[in-house]
Design a protein around this ligand. Structure first.
Ligand code: GLU
Length: 487
């Protein structure tokens, strides 16, 4: 495969979403690969909003796309450009093609085209425009024009030969001209079509590499024909494998959240999600899975993109998220956990002020066990508020022993009596009590953990006690007398 553009010439890639929905997983993966490629080569990453379908596009969707990109840290160097503002430019380019003999007007009515398409479908054939208007005589054209018959502009696909292009992922792709219909450039409302606008923009924005989803492979031959007609050098192409759900069907809403911001709201770290997206159809060539952004940029190459479909494996995403959360500093996590606590109404301003140290050290204590950012506000709830739920199963398992009603308050008073409150003194106090009362230390430990945190699992008990402090620990242990159990 040639890679002429990477030598000398600056790499220029674009992400060109249609704002007919939010930024979904597939679009985000495309954007990430474009971005990684640009950053790897020190090139430019251009954002272009393909909002030509005015009925289906909205500013709200555009904002959603930008929001998703910002969340993932995909910063663009140029744009966003809006195709809706460039309609005149596309019309002018279409006229150039008409003048140079690469396009002709088609007067076939939508009804007659539909009839022909329906007929082909009935006969189980692929419909391809017959070129009816390609061969109209000048008198026929004059008559139609005089009658004001609506017209579309079609591209004149060369009769013989074929288009061949090297795809960085799929290798050599060849399509005979015969298989390509005379596609529409301007519709009967004089509106530019996708093929026209995308090629005009990629030419004018001097795009060197088109990196996009494999669903566009079949569009590429038409677009290359347009480059030729404009006497321009086509960019290089790399088509990214499809993303499938675990059931091997194309990824869709059925498989869970599809918009990128939904993953943010579910408590995924953007760096974990970005790492996950990078592995959807690409690998560095060894088994490395956890790669920080710098490493992704450094190792990314089009040649390591797989041809085979990628599978969206949410367990892997969860695993990566846990790894990233565990390895994050408390300072990194703080603003994100704050949001999660705020949405559960348990955030307190002191955590950013007088109790900041408590807040940060709590994050450090919890982070290696957290499944998501939201988990801090769920299983970690008791560290941020005194009003926390006691998990029913945990209570059933660890608090049902009747003696505990007496033992826990006793433990509380022993702890309160301690002069120094440390891991060691807490542990000594608990073990001494267990021995004195002839019970297993585990009974006290498990019960205390449930009372202190509402959960059966969590950080080591004595760390929990130190974190909560003597007073809170004692108060929570005493609370056992107020609990009622349904056995
Ligand atoms: N706007 C097109 C889409 O969202 C992408 C066009 C392209 O990358 O060439 O699918």
């Amino acid at each position: 495969l040639s890679s002429h553009s990477t030598k000398g010439e600056e790499v220029r890639v674009r992400f060109a979403p249609s704002p007919t929905g939010y930024l979904h997983v597939g679009g985000a993966r495309t954007a990430l690969f474009d971005w990684l490629f640009a950053r790897h080569h020190g090139g430019r990453f251009i954002l272009r909003i393909e909002d030509t379908d005015v009925e289906r596009s909205s500013p709200e969707m555009v904002e959603g796309i930008l929001e998703g990109m910002r969340w993932l840290g995909l910063d663009w160097d140029e744009g966003p450009f809006f195709q809706s503002e460039r309609t005149e430019r596309y019309r002018a380019a279409a006229q150039e093609l008409f003048k140079s003999g690469h396009a002709y007007y088609c007067y076939c009515t939508p009804e007659s085209l539909k009839e022909r398409r329906d007929l082909a479908m009935k006969e189980k054939k692929n419909y391809k425009y017959e070129g009816t208007c390609r061969h109209l005589s000048s008198t026929e054209i004059e008559t139609k024009e005089a009658a004001g018959v609506p017209r579309a502009l079609r591209f004149k696909v060369p009769e013989s030969g074929s288009i061949e292009f090297p795809d960085h992922v799929f290798g050599k792709i060849e399509v005979a001209h015969e298989q390509i219909e005379d596609f529409v450039l301007l519709n009967s409302r004089n509106h530019p079509t996708y093929h026209l606008s995308v090629v005009v923009d990629d030419m004018e924005m001097r795009i060197t590499h088109v990196v996009r989803g494999a669903d566009h492979v079949s569009n590429t031959p038409k677009q290359i024909l347009l480059y030729r007609a404009f006497d321009a050098e086509p960019p290089e192409f790399a088509h990214l494998p499809l993303i499938l759900g675990p059931d091997k069907a194309k990824l869709s809403k059925r498989h869970g959240a599809t918009s990128v911001t939904a993953y943010r709201d579910l408590g995924y770290l953007p760096e974990a999600f970005r790492n996950f997206l990078a592995l959807l159809g690409w690998s560095p060539g060894d088994n490395t899975e956890i790669m920080a952004t710098d490493e992704l940029i450094e190792r990314f190459s089009l040649e390591k993109i797989n041809q085979s479909n990628a599978v969206f494996d949410v367990q892997k995403l969860d695993w990566l998220n846990r790894q990233y959360i565990g390895a994050s500093t408390a300072e990194r996590l703080a603003p994100l956990v704050q949001k999660a606590l705020e949405s559960k109404n348990v955030w307190r301003e002191e955590y950013a002020g007088a109790q900041k140290e408590y807040f940060l050290s709590t994050l450090d204590l919890l982070k290696s066990r957290m499944h998501s950012i939201n988990d801090f506000a769920e299983s970690g709830q008791a560290f941020f508020t005194d009003v926390y739920e006691i998990d029913e199963a945990a209570a059933k398992k660890n608090l049902k022993e009747p003696d505990l009603k007496e033992l826990m308050p006793l433990l509380a008073s022993r702890l309160k009596a301690l002069d120094v409150f440390t891991l060691e003194t807490c542990e000594q106090a608990l073990r001494a009590l267990a021995e004195e009362k002839q019970v297993k230390a585990g009974l006290l430990i498990n019960a205390a953990r449930v009372l202190l945190t509402g959960r059966a699992v969590g950080p080591p008990l004595f760390h929990i006690m130190i974190q909560l402090g003597k007073e809170r620990t004692a108060t929570r242990l005493e609370r056992i007398s107020a609990l009622t159990f349904h056995h």
